[in-house]
Design a protein around this ligand. Sequence first.
Ligand code: PMP
Length: 330
Amino acid sequence: MQFHDSMISLVGNTPLVKLNRVTEGLQATVLAKVEYFNPGGSVKDRIAVRMIEAAEQSGALKPGGTIVEPTSGNTGVGLAIVAQQKGYKCIFVCPDKVSADKINVMRAYGAEVVVCPTAVDPEHPDSYYNVSDRLVRETPGAWKPDQYSNPNNSRSHYETTGPELWEQTAGKITHFVAGVGTGGTISGTGRYLKEASDGRVKIIGADPEGSVYSGGSGRPYLVEGVGEDFWPTAYDPNVTDEIIAVSDKDSFQMTRRLAKEEGLLVGGSCGMAVVAALRAAEGLGPDDVVVVLLPDSGRGYISKIFNDEWMAGHGFLEDTGPSARIRDVL
Ligand code: PMP
């Protein structure tokens, strides 16, 4: 018989897929690490497994305990799946810009979800950081993974994503591009790839225009899951060689092209990361192998990025069409 013990053992080992159309005119090979193949549909399943197992080992999470976390959705789904399989409860706190679809998914997996306003400072009592802290204090047996400071966030990528990419590319990877949210993905994967290649692999962060990583102040932007208004400790600035800022419009137009031209129905931070990857690949040669990580699926954004009215209402629809070339988007 061939079966998995539970959905938990399906986390990781996601495929690498060549981008063929959006790369028109470029010499380098551009490969996408497609993280929606994880059972919860995103890269965050990886950190959920590692953070929960480490908390069980340290005694921070006891049998029957409750996991409380501020999350934009993907981390919640990963934590909810691992938690239900292991008998823990979940309470998630998320900002109100997160789509109703994503919130309903977390509820479907059995989590309780508390929604907080986006338009307040992190210090405000109603900010999603502060509400989650209050819930931790008030809930018996509560444990907060805190993906923003938990060392097991980037460690999960150092132990899984990094080695997978090194193996899948037979050590030929030359550039790694990923969006930066908590910074766990780029810091852990980047550190592994730097070590494995003796510093040869270039690590490039993609960031929404306005976020702190690319020199902004945290001005609101619409791409979900990436960019910050503070510097989390999960992010190691020494690992990244370069940060490329990408506008909402470019991110969402590329997200649509990935569905239409590459068969990849992915989220907005994936479009953002691909725009950065294509910019990084300009001027590279045929021996260069650029890997871009695509964190999640487009299913959670159907009523936004894949909805013409929503896109037009934000002025994101101009200059698109089947003949739109990379340079129009870049
Ligand atoms: N894209 C999406 C959709 C995400 O949910 C996240 C996680 N916040 C990221 C990208 C960024 O990943 P990381 O937190 O590891 O930097």
